[in-house]
Design a protein around this ligand. Structure first.
Ligand code: FES
Length: 782
């Protein structure tokens, strides 16, 4: 076998000569998993490495072409210290969020700075143009590269805030070092030696009947293939779904596929055999059937029904009603109405879904990228027919979630195969597989009518929203409960009505994506308000301010907040920029012929957590005998910063410095259930649970030291030092009794947001807190 020798991170390296991708050889053969794989097509840049000093995509570079060439990966740049300033700047600027794009960004930035040590902003944008980021919006990344390359920029120290001052301080992510070094472990970065690989066989049609052929014959005729699994191999329930009442998606379809990309079977084998597998050779006979792809087709008379018991293909309907709508419209002096459509949107996390499972005795451990570990555990136990607690979920870092990693993806497949075969099994979705098989943002059609007085006071709003929820329920129910509450925006009306419906089609499964249907209704409502403001002759910002919800005024569900309604402040914050930008745009457009400028603004609100349903979070905190507080926080951090936020809150609640806290991220065996990382809930719900637990632990420590509430606590190696009313005392922690984990004190607290069920008109307190926002865009069009 011929070999190829090249220099890798400064050392001579020899590998088998082949056409394999450099990204694959680096990750699988050489253990350099800092080079990420997002698309395997040269599009996303996550696998960027330096080849003879030039930034290239490792997925588009064959190892056969590397003779005598020099390859440098993030690991090499990290070890040499070449990117130290960039790494520091990325942490300072919050430029590494989920971190999956970070190695590619750093490698590209290093290539740029080698040739252009002090680049302009345009040169930075150009230099990083080959690497995609789905979290940051790029601005922090560009700012980080500019500051790292600016000799006059102050090299700010990364010291943590003093005790009691962590919340509100600008701190580096507690998990940031691993992200900027390329050592953070994502879904496909680890697998046990010799793990088998799974490949899912999927429907090529939107709607089709199918018959499986000779599966045993296929296995014995295909070298390296260990087994094929179908619905008949599922020991428990062949059904999953994030909302128990509507859970309807089979792990493997039986006889009929309802969307293109639906799983019907799984082939498991050695990695090389799976790499060579031709899905077209799988023994299955398809009969394609005419699909229903739109809401019109799905609700037409005689349309094929996707699910028994769901008449007219309607998954669910929802509504909110408040006040006398007819009377309110009758009193309106100006009425506008419009219809809006929004499209299906793919989350396009840079990290495709990935993980592995291994059976350990009568338990199963699954390491996977997920936003909802405890929900995954429950669903896998049901699918495998196992007792509660038999499955352990160890979430990896999540390379972007945005809602799509709330639902099961690879989990049931690796779990089923590992359980039956008693060997570890791994699976990483390809980019096309991720796109076809996972959830999407609901396509929608919104019809709205709004009325106001001539002076610009809103009086009435009527909303009808139709959502294409695809073949299975997933989070479809949220368009019935969350959207009607939000569709009027953070504004005050005399009367309001919103009615929504989720309709099944043979389209992709629609689920959670940044807002569960709310952005669709917000786009429509805010666009309509521009028209209404114009119709009554008011400035668009002024119109919103005049009608903005404030504390003490009922929302459209009759909920009254005594405080914490910050919408007016958001709008006011925009006022100076709004006025300046409009004046500037008018000046530009007065003479512009080709490029003309527009300025737009919009506001929003968003209820934190489940809608009118229980939504608890539990957090555990303990004091270790070595002088650290250990925070067991199970809120998955997919880039939004849960690990850091909980650590900040814990530090202030206990009254110690952040540096004295060791944060343990989610693991269903070791961290209590902090609920899903979804619906903007973790900072509020798990944050409150952290605060409660930290406060109680502080109480225990004070009691231990016989100190009063205002005492100042310090932790040093093995010692708790207490400064109280001018005196200092010390507790030697090693002399105290500790549990198996070395904790001398431990507490656990749960926070349940106070909400109420909604009545038949949708009235009640669906959320304990809303978040508010407003933003402005200046756009130039050629
Ligand atoms: Fe860039 Fe998440 S930080 S993709």
């Amino acid at each position: 076998m011929s070999r190829v020798t090249f220099e890798l991170n400064g050392s001579p390296t020899t590998v088998e000569r082949s056409a394999r991708r450099l990204s694959q050889v680096l990750r699988e053969d050489l253990g350099l998993t800092g080079t990420k794989v997002g698309c395997d097509a040269g599009d996303c840049g996550a696998c960027t490495v330096l080849l003879d000093g030039e930034a290239v995509s490792a997925c588009m570079t064959s190892v056969g072409s590397l003779d005598r060439r020099r390859v440098v990966t993030i690991e090499g740049l990290d070890a040499s210290g070449e990117v130290a300033a960039l790494q520091r700047a990325f942490l300072l600027h919050g430029a590494a969020q989920c971190g999956i794009c970070t190695p590619g960004m750093l490698v590209s930035a290093a290539a740029l700075l080698r040739t252009t040590p002090e680049p302009t902003e345009e040169e930075v944008k150009d230099g990083l143009g080959g690497v995609l980021c789905r979290c940051t919006g790029y601005r922090p990344i560009v700012a980080a590269v500019l500051s790292a390359s600016d000799p006059s920029a102050e090299d700010q120290p990364m010291a943590g805030p003093p005790a009691g001052k962590a919340v509100g301080a600008r701190v580096a992510r507690v998990d940031g070092r691993a992200k900027v070094r390329g050592t953070d472990v994502f879904g496909d970065d680890e697998a046990p030696e010799g793990a088998l690989v799974a490949s899912v066989i999927r429907s090529p049609f939107h709607r089709a009947e199918f018959e499986l052929g000779d599966l045993d014959g296929f296995v014995s005729a295909t070298p390296g293939i260990e087994a094929v699994f179908t619905a008949s191999d599922i020991p428990g329930r062949n059904r999953f779904g994030v909302i128990p009442a509507t859970a309807d998606q089979p792990v493997f379809a039986q006889g009929c596929a309802r969307f293109r990309g639906e799983a019907i079977a799984m082939v498991v084998g050695e990695a090389s055999a799976i790499a060579d597998l031709d899905p077209a050779a799988f023994p299955v006979t398809w009969t394609e059937l005419p699909p229903v792809m739109t809401i019109e087709e799905a609700t037409a008379e005689g349309a094929p029904r996707l699910h028994d018991g769901r008449e007219g293909n309607v998954l669910i309907r929802g509504h909110v009603r408040r006040g006398d709508l007819d009377a309110a419209f009758a009193s309106a002096e100006v009425v506008v109405e419009a219809e809006f459509e929004t499209a299906c949107i793919e989350h396009a996390c840079i990290e495709p879904e990935a993980g592995f499972a291994e059976r350990i005795g009568d338990r199963l451990e699954v390491q996977v990228c997920t936003q909802s570990p405890h929900l995954d555990r429950e669903e896998l136990e049901a699918i495998l027919g196992l007792e509660e607690g038999a499955v352990r979920i160890r979430p990896t870092a999540v390379g972007g979630g945005f809602g799509t990693k709330l639902d099961l993806s690879v989990q049931p497949y690796v779990a089923l195969a590992a359980w039956h075969l008693r060997r570890p099994v791994r699976l990483a979705y390809t980019r096309p597989e991720s796109m076809t098989s996972t959830t999407k943002r609901h396509p929608s059609r919104m019809r709205l009518r709004a009325g106001a007085t001539r002076r610009g006071r809103l009086v009435a709003m009527d909303v009808v929203g139709e959502f294409n929820t695809g073949a299975y329920a997933s989070w479809g129910a949220t368009v019935a409960n969350r959207v009607p509450v939000h569709a009027g925006g953070p504004y005050v009306y005399d009367a309001y009505r919103a009615r929504t419906v989720a309709v099944h089609t043979n389209g992709p499964v629609a689920g959670a994506m940044r807002g569960f249907g709310v952005p669709q209704s917000t786009i429509a409502q805010e666009c309509l308000f521009d028209e209404l403001a114009d119709a009554v002759g008011l400035d668009r910002l002024e119109f919103r301010l005049r009608n903005a919800l404030t504390a003490g005024v009922p929302t459209v569900t009759g909920q009254v907040f005594a405080s914490g309604v910050g919408y007016r402040e958001c709008l006011e914050a925009l006022r100076p920029v709004w006025e300046h930008a409009r004046t500037e745009a008018a000046a530009v457009n007065a003479t512009a012929r080709v490029r003309r400028r527009g300025v737009g603004l919009a506001g929003m609100w968003y209820g934190c957590g489940n809608t009118a349903l229980p939504n608890p979070s539990t957090i555990r905190v303990g004091l270790h005998r070595d002088g650290h507080v250990v925070l067991f926080q199970g809120a998955v951090d997919m880039g939004q910063g849960a690990n850091t936020v909980m650590t900040q809150i814990c530090a202030d609640a206990v009254g110690i410095e952040m540096e004295r806290i060791r944060t343990r991220g989610a693991d269903t065996d070791t961290t209590p259930d902090a609920g899903k990382s979804s619906a903007s809930r973790q900072t509020f719900v798990s944050g409150n649970a952290t605060y409660l637990a930290g406060t109680r632990l502080r109480g225990q420590l004070l009691e231990l030291a016989g100190a009063s509430g205002e005492a100042h606590l310090e932790l040093e190696d093995g010692r708790l030092i207490v400064h109280n009313r001018g005196a200092t005392s010390e507790v030697r922690l090693g002399e105290l009794a500790s549990d198996a984990e070395g904790l001398v004190a431990v507490v656990q607290e749960t926070f349940e947001p106070p909400t109420t069920a909604l009545d038949e008109d949708g009235q009640g307190d669906p959320y304990a807190q809303f978040g508010y926002g407003a933003h402005l865009t200046e756009l130039e069009v050629d």
